[in-house]
Ligand binder design. Structure first.
Ligand SMILES: *Cc1c(COP(=O)(O)O)cnc(C)c1O
Length: 392
């Protein structure tokens, strides 16, 4: 019999009743060290006092009014994002998927208004993940996501990750935009090298294609810069943001430069909840904390420490781990066993991790994790790996 909750997830038999920082308390009272952070959502950990204060203050005053009116919290967050990035303008969504939808619409509308309505193609990459809407699955194109859901939205071509010649050949005058994650999350923590992102920017400039970066998972301080593309010193035309920006409250955003956004005039797009007072009060507080250079410097220090400890684990458990990959606190352990087995062994050590494609175990701790907690996490990963070795 189908359960009351539609069974689209293979859920672990775990449920949590409270959390603080990098720790979660399960229904049976057990304390779990959280290296998943709700898949990079709880960027400031659980129950961060500043976020609790921002949410409860806003909740007692005003929840929602509609985008028919000006929303001061939304304007405040938009201004903070514009001040800190390449962007001239921001649209708020409730999720990464909705950010993908708007990014696609914005790119096509741009070329329509430029008098090139045939310029609709969007190039994406194998291993990509942009969400679960009909448009976002067509964009990513993997069989696992699209099978049975056709007919798919046309206009997407998936290229091989790292195939520069294929990219050059595909960049015709029908291409509206190239859409890529600077660090693939679901695809297995695959980092796009800085020189590739710079080369991609240059190819887009030469051919006119807009560059859409999907930083839903790798943005908001995760890699040690506010946005991952900053490492390469280049800017996109359109940027998708979600996950960490709400710190656990549903919030996403599309950031764009003025030119790319020029087709999106009044009446062309909307959202009932997008950018509502509650979400933006929380988002503005997340943004204040994460955009502080001292906070980002701490992320980089902790990332270096964690990476060093993970390299040590690979050396000690060569039958379980192959290498460490990632950037900042978006880290992956490439496994020689199924990553799901490591996730299971982690549960036994009261440690939460997340599997990804390409045989990778994802480690996405709260950006506020302490050095002691990183050392504790390594000890638990060590014991989990030893469990798997003992079984073999
Ligand atoms: C999670 C994710 C999305 C989709 O976000 P939702 O909030 O789940 O809709 C899109 N792109 C990337 C890179 C993601 O990691």
């Amino acid at each position: 019999m189908i359960p009351p909750v539609l069974p689209t997830y293979n859920r672990a038999p775990l449920s949590f009743v409270s959390g603080a920082g990098s720790w979660l308390v399960a229904q049976d009272g057990g304390r779990y060290l959280d290296l998943g952070a709700g898949i990079a959502v709880n960027a400031l950990g659980h129950a961060h006092p500043d976020l609790v204060a921002a949410l409860t203050e806003q909740a007692s005053r005003l929840w929602h009014v509609s985008n028919l009116y000006r929303i001061p919290e939304q304007e405040r967050l938009a201004e903070a994002l514009v001040d800190a990035t390449f962007a001239d303008t921001v649209f708020f969504t409730n999720s990464g998927t909705e950010a993908a939808e708007l990014a696609i619409k914005m790119a096509r509308k741009f070329w329509y208004e430029q008098g090139q309505p045939e310029r609709v193609e969007i190039l994406t990459f194998e291993g990509a993940f942009h969400g679960r809407s009909t448009g976002a699955i067509a964009a990513a194109g993997s069989e696992k996501m699209v099978k049975g859901f056709g007919p798919l939205m046309p206009g997407f071509t998936q290229l091989k990750w790292g195939d520069h010649d294929a990219l050059r050949a595909a960049l015709t005058d029908r291409v509206a935009a190239v859409m890529i994650e600077p660090v693939q999350g679901e695809g297995g923590i695959r980092v796009l090298p800085d020189q590739c992102l710079r080369g991609l920017r240059q190819l887009c400039d030469e051919t006119g294609a807009l560059l859409i970066l999907d930083e839903v998972q790798c943005g908001m301080g995760r890699t040690g810069r506010l946005f991952a593309h900053e490492w390469a010193g280049v800017a996109p035309d359109i940027l998708m943001v979600a996950k960490g920006i709400g710190g656990g409250f549903p919030l996403g955003a599309v950031l764009a430069n003025e030119r790319a956004a020029s087709g999106m005039v009044a009446g062309t797009h909307g959202s009932t909840y997008g950018g509502n007072s509650l979400a933006c009060a929380v988002g503005a507080t997340v943004m204040e904390i994460v955009s502080d250079p001292a906070f980002l410097a701490a992320v980089n220090r902790k990332a270096a420490l964690m990476r060093q400890h993970l390299e040590g684990l690979v050396a000690v458990h060569p039958a379980i781990f192959e290498d460490v990959r990632g950037q900042g606190l978006m880290l992956g352990l490439k496994c020689r066993v199924a990553p799901a087995e490591m996730v299971q062994a982690g549960y036994a050590e009261h440690l939460l991790t997340v599997p990804a494609a390409d045989n990778v175990l994802r480690l996405l701790p709260a950006l506020t994790i302490s050095e002691d907690e990183i050392i504790e996490a390594t000890a638990r990963l060590d014991r989990a790996a030893t469990r798997l070795e003992g079984r073999g």
